[in-house]
Design a protein around this ligand. Structure first.
Ligand code: PMP
Length: 458
């Protein structure tokens, strides 16, 4: 410490702010990049530099940055009431309208909606609902949860256990017992010579069944998955018939299916829900992020009638549904989410994303000719670019090479913010992106790949 100008926002940042998913010691040296405003798919730092957002910030800024219309709704709602809770039967109209709307657009018939503030809270609450349900059914031993390796489902105590990324567990002495991780269905990287996608999916389903039998089917409560695997896996679409085969196993052993739609929900994959794109039939859906275009912290859990029946049973036994957060059903957040859903309707969101899908897949798919790129795959406006050292053998770079981070750094220099994992570039731009912007974004990514190739060759 430190070359940061005394009393600058940068110096004050390192003196006071602990940043999520940031190297705490290195940050003292490097300081923050401070973002100050945005418009469309561009976010501006405090030097005035504009970056294209290739990942909608944290997969969430679906309508880009800054919105008069949503600001007005928040302002009006704050002026009228600002806040009241929904505990003990209290309610407010924005929360009612929002829950009604979510039930109307749900991917499968759903019975009730539980509102929360974040994706983690939604998954955390959904997990409690799974346990509540099996307890209500007189089957309290059905507590173990199976999620998948490389999945990300949140950062709370419970949802980091759902998350299948060992690096996020180690420092905290997690995960707790009872969380199991099925294989990540990474067909491109892991399929055997001559194995079709369907055969690979069958192999995944067989391995899941083996895991269930090994653990005891009566001890497994739910299977947790995001339709297109986001955070840890880097926007990885499932191979053909994957969820059909997985869910056949789940049904056989009476295991609940929870779809984490925190990234995939609201048009991202070319349907309203990733479940529709990938053939998931969930008992519980969690969603957040694009629900409010990320302009307010709000999330939701949608549950089917079977789960709601259990909630009623437990209320009979315990006197009420004993779960809730102060800001659940926050009227300002709910009003902004509702207005966001209206905007989606007006822009005919699903048709809009479907129309852009071929342009997106063509523009980024063209990168397959690049020496660093093994594969490009996606749905809607969500896709991943697989970085490989050896294309013929589909072999990734050694982890120490930090290839994803290199591409990320070069993209920044070219005015593009990306989301990269160790060996994948995840693309998930704001849904308002234009055709020209898609082409420009792909060109910037190609430039960053060229720069990375030159750097490792040197
Ligand atoms: N589930 C998925 C699939 C996510 O991508 C995320 C966040 N990236 C979460 C859950 C957690 O959401 P939040 O950060 O709002 O708690």
């Amino acid at each position: 410490m430190t070359h940061l100008a005394p009393n600058s926002p940068h110096a004050r940042d390192v003196a006071s702010v602990l940043h999520p998913y940031t190297h705490a010691r290195r940050h003292l040296e490097t300081g923050p990049t401070i973002f100050s405003e945005g418009s469309g798919i561009y976010i501006h730092d405090d030097t005035g530099r504009a970056y294209m957002e290739g990942a909608s910030a944290l997969w969430c800024a679906s309508l880009g940055f800054a919105s008069e219309r949503l600001a007005k709704v928040a302002y009006e709602t704050m002026r009228r009431m600002g806040y009241y809770h929904i505990f003990r039967g209290a309610s407010n109209e924005p929360a009612i309208d929002l829950c009604e709307k979510l039930l109307a657009i749900a991917p499968v018939p759903m019975s009730k909606v539980l509102l929360q503030c974040s994706g983690s809270e939604a998954n955390d609450s959904a997990l409690k609902l799974v346990w509540y349900h099996w307890n209500a059914q007189g089957r309290p031993e059905k507590r173990k949860i199976i999620s998948r390796k490389a999945s990300y489902h949140g950062s709370t105590v419970a949802t980091i256990c759902l998350t299948g990324i060992p690096d996020f567990h180690k420092g905290f002495g997690m995960p707790f017992e009872g969380f199991l991780y099925a294989d990540c269905p990474h067909y491109y990287r892991d399929h055997e010579e001559g194995e079709t996608e369907e055969q690979f999916s069958q192999r995944m389903a067989d391995a899941l069944e083996e895991m269930i039998l090994r653990e005891g089917p009566d001890t497994i409560g739910a299977f947790w998955a995001d339709p297109i695997q986001g955070g840890g896996a880097g926007a990885l679409p499932p191979p053909a018939r994957y969820f059909e085969k997985i869910q056949a196993v789940l049904r056989k052993y009476d295991i609940l299916m929870v779809a984490d739609e925190v990234i995939c929900g609201f048009g991202r994959t070319g349907n309203m829900w990733g479940s529709q794109t990938c053939g998931v039939v969930p008992d519980i859906v969690t969603c957040a992020k694009a629900l409010s275009a990320a302009m307010q912290p709000i999330s939701a859990v949608l549950m089917n009638e079977r789960i709601f029946q259990s909630v009623m049973t437990q209320s009979d036994r315990l006197g009420s549904f004993v779960h809730g957060f102060t800001y659940a059903g926050h009227p300002v957040a709910a009003a902004v989410a509702l207005e966001t859903l209206r905007i989606y309707e007006e822009m005919d969101l699903v048709a809009h994303v479907k129309a852009l899908e071929p342009i997106f897949l063509r523009a980024f798919g063209a990168l397959k000719d690049h020496p660093l790129v093994g594969d490009v795959a996606g749905h809607g406006l969500m896709g991943g670019v697989e970085l490989v050292q050896d294309k013929a053998k589909r072999r990734p770079f050694p982890e120490g090479q930090k290839i994803g981070a290199k591409v990320d750094a070069h993209a920044r220099e070219r005015g593009l913010i990306l989301r990269t994992t160790a060996d994948r570039v995840a693309l998930s731009p704001p849904l308002i992106i234009t055709e020209e912007e898609i082409v420009e974004m792909a060109a910037r990514l190609r430039g960053a790949l060229d720069d990375t190739f030159a750097e490792i060759a040197a």
